[in-house]
Design a protein around this ligand. Structure first.
Ligand code: BES
Ligand code: MG
Ligand code: ZN
Length: 499
């Protein structure tokens, strides 16, 4: 299964040949008389006002004007949103190239960040994920060249870094979106293994796959319990990246929830939106694609990605409400709700990783609770952490990547109702209790061994969405790939004493 991505060719500087339009950005409040005059020849200037996202095409002079709204309210995420849309248009315009002038934006944002966000967004927009449709099969996309033009050679040099980074990141990001959109009959735990191996091979990374016999031998009973009702076999996959010239020995572990389908099991979900539970593997998809990008970029921090992969199905073999199993770390768990399955899988992977790899930092990404959507909607993922230091890195990575996070409390009181009458703990805090996202985090914390700095990121609201927002596209978003890349850059800077 090859890594899919867009066919864009983005570079710094003017386009030398071919058919292309120039792109100018127009602030609403800076809409100059000059420009108004130029436009009014062809169009009523009341129509093009410079409002955010508005477009005016001057075919005669081959110029595309893009409105970027109020100067005071401009943000990278707004620009990203505009360029995702432009990426979508590009593949309809076939071989048209674009020469994009970003001079107006360099007073607001660093050139590297502008070109990174701009390029990433075009790449996302130009890569629709509808691979099982007739239109996709018949699509012949050969977009023209794209040049990003800065005003000074210093800015160009900085901007070029953003383009280089985006070439790698957008490829893995789109590849993540691709596997995320695949339904459960096309992307099974076995497929997860193939895709992981491919990422490992491409970057010469060590990969270890735990099939059912190894999971049994290691007593990873949380993963096994969840997959008990399915005819698919569960997996744990660990990819290790050791940089050639690491900045320090301390590792970051990335953990991902990889439920290729979550029906709820015997505690079955209502049917209305159940099809969306093919996306319950987005955390794991982000984890393995992020490590691919991190390795390809040659970032100087040792990273491991570990994912638990399973399918949650009802059957006579399925785990039943009330069943008790012994987790990898020896804790006995009463499974009162088989739909709270992500934590069972993650608990084992996290305990295994902290014991065997002793990372300094551990971040898990999981579509863990519907409750996080109640709290934050689809705009931000919830982050809960035992380390203010790690939280700060994640927050700054969130600002540069535009994968938004919002901090929620990891207070032990939220875990008080996880007590079981017959086992060490139960997997839910009780029927109808509030703060489901926070009790889930309390549950997970019981599987974090030693003094590892850990953050749990609940991506149930951000992994896929029905309408775009900022740097996030509609459909599966690949949320987390960009965040994790920037997190590793943060760690790299910190260890090298740059900040
Ligand atoms: N995968 C779901 C969480 C989810 C729900 C993600 C909706 C995205 C959209 C998870 O396994 C789950 O079912 N969680 C339960 C937990 C509950 C039983 C304590 C939930 O959120 O309802
Ligand atoms: Mg569930
Ligand atoms: Zn789930």
């Amino acid at each position: 299964m090859k890594l899919h991505t867009s066919k864009l060719n983005i570079s710094i500087g003017k386009i030398k040949a071919g058919f292309f339009y120039k792109v100018y950005h127009v602030f609403k409040d800076k809409f100059s008389e000059d420009l108004k005059k130029k436009l009014s020849g062809a169009i009523d200037s009341a129509i093009f006002t410079g409002d955010l996202g508005q477009q005016y095409i001057d075919h005669h002079n081959k110029i595309l004007y893009i409105g970027i709204g109020d100067e005071k309210k401009i943000s990278l995420r707004k620009i990203a949103g505009i360029y995702i849309k432009l990426g979508e248009q590009l593949i309809k315009w076939k071989d048209l190239g674009l020469e994009i002038y970003v001079g107006e934006l360099t007073t607001k944002f660093k050139p590297e960040l502008i070109s990174y966000q701009l390029a990433n967004s075009l790449e996302i927009g130009a890569f629709p994920v509808d691979s099982l449709s007739k239109s996709y099969r018949e699509k012949q996309i050969n977009p023209g060249k794209i040049g990003i033009v800065f005003e000074t050679s210093h800015e160009e040099k900085e901007g070029a870094k953003g383009i280089e980074k985006s070439k790698v990141v957008s490829r893995y990001l789109n590849a993540a979106r691709y596997v995320e959109h695949l339904p459960a009959n096309h992307f099974t735990p076995e497929e997860f293994v193939s895709r992981s191996k491919e990422i490992a091979k491409e970057n010469k990374l060590k990969i270890t796959v735990f099939d059912e016999p190894q999971l049994k031998r290691e007593k990873l009973n949380g993963i096994l319990s969840v997959c008990q009702g399915s005819d698919k076999k569960p997996k744990m996959i660990i990819i290790e990246y050791t940089p050639k010239n690491p900045i320090s020995k301390e590792k970051l572990a990335i953990i991902g929830k990889g439920l290729t389908f979550d029906s709820g099991g015997i505690s079955i979900k209502p049917s209305a939106d159940m099809h969306e539970m093919k996306y319950d593997m987005c955390g794991a998809a982000a984890a393995i694609h992020a490590i691919g990008a991190i390795a390809k970029l040659g970032l100087r921090v040792p990273v491991i990605a570990a994912i638990g992969v399973a399918e949650n199905m009802p059957s006579s073999n399925a785990i039943k409400p009330g069943d008790v199993y012994t987790a990898y770390n020896g804790i006995t768990v009463e499974v009162q709700n088989t739909d709270a399955e992500g934590r069972l899988v993650l608990g084992d992977v996290m305990a295994y990783v902290t014991k065997k790899y002793k990372p300094e930092y551990m971040v898990d990404l999981a579509t863990l609770t519907g409750a996080v959507i109640i709290a934050l909607g689809h705009e931000a993922a919830g982050v809960m952490s035992n380390s203010a230091e790690l939280t700060a890195y994640i927050k700054s990575a969130s600002e540069t990547s535009e994968d938004r996070v919002w901090e929620l409390p990891l207070w032990e009181e939220y875990g008080e109702d996880l007590k079981s009458d017959i086992a060490d703990i139960r997997n839910i805090a009780g029927v109808g209790r509030g703060a489901g996202t926070l009790s889930a985090a309390q549950y997970l914390q019981k599987f974090v061994e030693g003094d590892v700095k850990w953050a749990h990121i609940d991506i149930a609201g951000t992994a896929w969405r029905s309408k775009p927002s900022g740097a996030q596209c509609s459909g599966p978003t690949g949320y987390g790939v960009r965040l994790l890349v920037d997190l590793v850059e943060e760690l790299e800077h910190k260890k090298s004493g740059k900040n």
